[in-house]
Design a binder for this molecule. Sequence first.
Ligand SMILES: [Zn+2]
Ligand SMILES: [Zn+2]
Length: 476
Amino acid sequence: MQKFQAKATTNQQNTTSYWNKMTFQSNEDMIILATPRDTRGTYKLQQPYFADLPCGNNCPAECEIRAKVIKLRDSLRPLVADGSSILVNTFLTSYQELCQSLDSRNTYSPNIALPALFDLVMSAKYAEKMVTDGGWTYCIGQAGSLVQDEPTLYFPFLKTCPRCSVKYGIKPNVKSNKPGSDTIGEIASDATLLILSEIIRRIAPSVKIGKSKDRQGDVDAIIYDETMIALLEIKSSPLVIYPLEVRLSHPMTEVYDGTSGPKHNHSVATASLDTSELSLYIPHIDLHIPLGKHRTGNWPYARLAEFVSSPQNIVKIIALWKELYDLYAGRGQRKPIDYRQWLICGCGSPVDDSKNAPGMDRTDDLKKGTYQVLKYGAYYKEKCPRRRMRAVLSSNLLALRGFDRYLAEVQDMIWTKDKYSITLGDSITSNGIKAFHSNNIFNLYDALICLTRSIYRDEHLHEISSLERFMNELCS
Ligand SMILES: [Zn+2]
Ligand SMILES: [Zn+2]
């Protein structure tokens, strides 16, 4: 296999200003990956963004929410291409190559590949945001194991040693370097929108996406075209975050009780970010993905993009993720005690609080998200006379463990208000019928758009964002 070296980084002064470029070079070949910094293409940059929303300026004066939608429009920003978008684009290019064969298309279906990609992007963002010299855990593995474990430093995002918990079921309490919940929410929302925009861009290039910068506002993001505006509430949360590691050439020592000796297993350690070669470590298949030194350009996206530029490598990423997803879903071969569970977010005390369940299975999020779509209905959809607004709840994972308990009986719900009831002829009303114009009947959710599985009530949203359409476009 050819070895490619990442060379350039984003935002260098000598690159074309509207494009982010990343160059990979081997002895013979050079690959340049470029994405427009404006994901809608540079030609759009001359026009003011979001001036063409079908409600707001373009709605008749009797539209009660005209001013509110104009205010919403002013809070919107286009998605900005950065290291993570190059990672996503590179992954999807390899994925497209992989899906040329019908067999792989079935084995590596997008409802596994895309949430796997989501967790990879999240892992990169955690690493980018959180990595420090301090906060590492020193691990020499477990004495008596068949294979001698190399001395290693880990930078975990859950409260245990990733190697000892997953390989041996031993869960020492260590420092977690997880970001605060606000930060997690924000980067998870960015990663969701990024992947969603890549899906939609391929199916319906004229559809636009804007992200609200108003954190106190009602709406996280919008998806729109000339016929509708979908208001999005995003409730995403990762299934797994891969820890960082530094492999050491020899065991460490320290002074303890007045004598020097071997450093204690799972004690706190410091890694020098200037000199250490960092990797992502995936313990259940013993995979190490090299990220290079921290202070290199566009870290960690450049090396990760290089890794996923090979279809063989994304097969690994998809397969290892599917294993964990099946375990989470309670499918597949489950051993009586399955140590792989200690990698999964929300796996339970003391490793990770069960309230951190992935995707929409975080029940607080599902409850809040459901109120939010109801609010979109009563405060936006119902108020636009042209009925151009839609309410969407979006996540990386559709509720799975909580589906029956929280979503099954609510997903197809419709609502209206008494004031919309129409009087029909006496003989009919006396039969206990109450009538409403279909314009005044609303879906609770016009869609639940997720990467694992979506539920659509609105046909147009299905047309522009379904994974079946995405796959058809990718393979056409
Ligand atoms: Zn350990
Ligand atoms: Zn309107």
